[in-house]
Write a protein that binds this ligand. Structure first.
Ligand SMILES: Cc1ncc(COP(=O)(O)O)c(/C=C/C(=O)C(=O)O)c1O
Length: 352
């Protein structure tokens, strides 16, 4: 029984020749069944040490950097890769430089990156400008180790989401994944494919990528049956974690979607914010806007009729709600200034 915490119990093969493993007991996250009783589940990656699925990949990538003797690591990020990279670098004693889009990172993630001691380099414009700068930097400076998800070690950790789902409920019909830089949907597909190649399962789920309408190059390429996406110069969405116009892993993501007979769709900001509220107020689960894109996408698929309520479905909730407090405060709050001596009036008023 491999259940429990720590991605490494799955990746022992990788760790075989590793002398040092950097782990904060990531993985082993809750698979929460919807209260409707249907075979519909939420894989809550907000339960990871820094509150997102990124920790699964970071334990492998940072351990790889340490075992290969690097002392300096870098990452461009919309926030969660930053928070996770900063935590694991701190644990490994590595110096980390984060390249973030100025004023576009949700406050929780920026706060984490500061707390864990990263050097934060802020660029004007989108995440993609930072991503391009990091690729240029690591090509010019061999002494820096890149942590973004074109680094295959990241995906070797993130694929364990598939292992955990299969262990608990077998193979779903569909897995809904929010898509930004597009590494995670490929990693999860890779995990299921490996289990099938090993004969542990006899089919893999249809992978459904969900993007924010204002940052949906992959979804639009799939919908329009194009081989390659049209990159988005100025991606815009309230779901800042997936405000990415030029996904570095677009080829891998489209392979995963096609080979699994899946698809990719987009949802707008209003649908994302409605999904965040509904998830919190009906299921008691708090997830940040990009994270609930998977739920918004599922709702749309049910509405459009190509997914049935009796299908076995898993939605990956990729990040905790506390990452983006601003998004929560915008929800329809019920806040009443009261006379503390007469709280009963409010409740009686509601009951009448
Ligand atoms: C909550 C949340 N949900 C979904 C995604 C998309 O995953 P990918 O498609 O694998 O990129 C991200 C990605 C964040 C970053 O890319 C970053 O932190 O730099 C995220 O934080």
């Amino acid at each position: 029984n491999l259940r429990g915490r720590g991605v490494w119990r799955y990746s022992q093969a990788i760790a075989g020749n590793y002398k040092k493993i950097i782990s904060i007991n990531e993985g082993g996250t809750p698979l929460i069944r919807t209260r409707t009783g249907k075979e519909v589940y939420f894989k809550f990656e907000g339960a990871n040490p820094t509150g997102s699925f990124k920790d699964r990949g970071m334990t492998v990538a940072i351990s790889s950097a340490v075992n290969e003797g690097y002392k300096i690591v870098v990452a461009a990020s919309t926030g969660n890769t930053a928070a996770s990279a900063a935590a694991y670098s701190a644990r490994a004693g590595l110096r980390i430089y984060l390249v973030l889009p100025k004023d576009k990172v949700a406050i929780g993630k920026l706060a984490q990156s500061i707390l864990y001691g990263a050097t934060i380099l802020e660029v004007e414009g989108s995440f993609d400008i930072g991503m391009k700068a990091v690729i240029k930097l690591y090509k010019e400076m061999g002494l820096v180790y890149p942590l973004n998800s074109f680094n295959p070690w990241r995906l070797e950790g993130q694929k364990t989401i598939a292992y955990e789902i299969t262990e608990e409920i077998g193979v779903p019909d569909y897995v809904f994944v929010p898509v930004g830089n597009a590494g995670n949907i490929y990693a999860i597909w890779k995990g299921f494919s490996e289990l099938m190649n090993l004969g542990i399962i006899d089919r893999i789920p249809r992978m459904v990528g969900v993007q924010a309408e204002g940052a949906s190059p992959i979804a639009k390429a799939i919908i329009n049956n194009q081989e390659a996406p049209q990159f988005v110069e100025n991606p815009e969405t309230i779901a800042t974690a997936i405000r990415i116009g030029k996904p570095v892993n677009w080829k891998k993501a489209m392979k995963a979607i096609k080979e699994s007979q899946g698809t990719a769709i987009y949802v707008n900001d209003a649908e994302i914010m409605e999904a965040q509220r509904e998830l919190a107020r009906t299921e008691g689960i708090g997830a940040e806007p990009a994270s609930v894109a998977s739920f918004a996408g599922y709702k749309k698929a049910i509405e459009q009729g190509w997914v049935d309520r009796d299908n076995k479905v898993v939605m990956i909730l990729t990040g905790h709600s506390l990452k983006d407090p601003d998004s929560m405060i915008r929800s329809s709050a019920r806040r009443i200034v009261v006379n503390p001596d007469h709280l009963e009036n409010i409740i009686l008023g509601d009951l009448n």
